[in-house]
Ligand binder design. Structure first.
Ligand code: MLT
Length: 207
């Protein structure tokens, strides 16, 4: 997969896996990673699907309606790529925290929904429920931060609550923070994610 890898100063800090939104690319979230954990190594990936020239991580049939078969295929493709990248660049695969926005948050959520220990943790900005009617793997103590908008037209608050409940019932340790606005990524939630990650690294449970 097309990507950027940047070696961080602190090899013990979580490796941030950056996953952009629809129409974005692997450069978009680099400044966010710098704000959240400046000493971390960063693996920033471009989605392999093109929707009228806009990169995405999986196909959709309509706005908010996912192509499930493609979602499953692309989730495995990304999962396998993470193993390859860890070997190539020599980072700790067990210490990877996803930072995803919108479509990128949805593929990060899909990694959590399909694979046990796919991620040591995840920061999901404006995620949706990636799939329904499946049994989630054991996510015991996996820390997840969700940033959501009270007036998000793409991801309704009820869907955010549903995701929160699904992750929690699989054992994930979810922190949900609401923003007053819509689907856009705000400085406030980036700051909240930074604080959450600092706190979690100190806790040293999985990270
Ligand atoms: C998706 O398709 O993943 C969501 O609708 C978010 C987006 O607009 O990309």
């Amino acid at each position: 997969m097309k990507h950027i890898f940047q070696q961080g100063k602190d090899a013990s800090a979580p490796v941030l896996l950056l996953l952009h939104g629809t129409g974005g690319n692997e450069h978009d979230l680099l400044p966010i990673a710098e704000m959240i954990s400046p000493d971390s190594s960063v693996l920033s990936v471009r989605g392999n699907v093109s929707e009228n020239g806009m990169p995405r991580f999986f196909r959709r049939l309509a706005e908010g309606v996912f192509d499930e078969e493609d979602l499953i295929f692309r989730t495995k493709e990304l999962y396998d790529f993470l193993d390859e990248a860890a070997e190539k660049y020599g980072f700790n695969r067990e210490n990877m925290v996803a930072v995803g926005y919108s479509n990128g948050a949805n593929i990060a959520g899909s990694l959590l929904f399909h694979y046990e220990r796919a991620l040591a943790g995840a920061i999901l900005f404006h995620p949706m429920v990636p799939r329904r009617g499946v049994e989630l793997p054991n996510l015991e103590s996996t820390p997840v931060f969700i940033g959501a908008g009270k007036h998000d037209p793409i991801c309704a608050p009820a869907e955010t609550e549903e995701l929160n409940e699904l992750l929690k019932s699989a054992g994930a340790d979810v922190t949900l923070k609401w923003q007053p606005g819509g689907h856009q990524l705000t400085r406030e939630e980036v700051d909240q994610a930074k604080e959450w990650l600092d706190w979690d690294s100190e806790r040293c449970s999985l990270l």
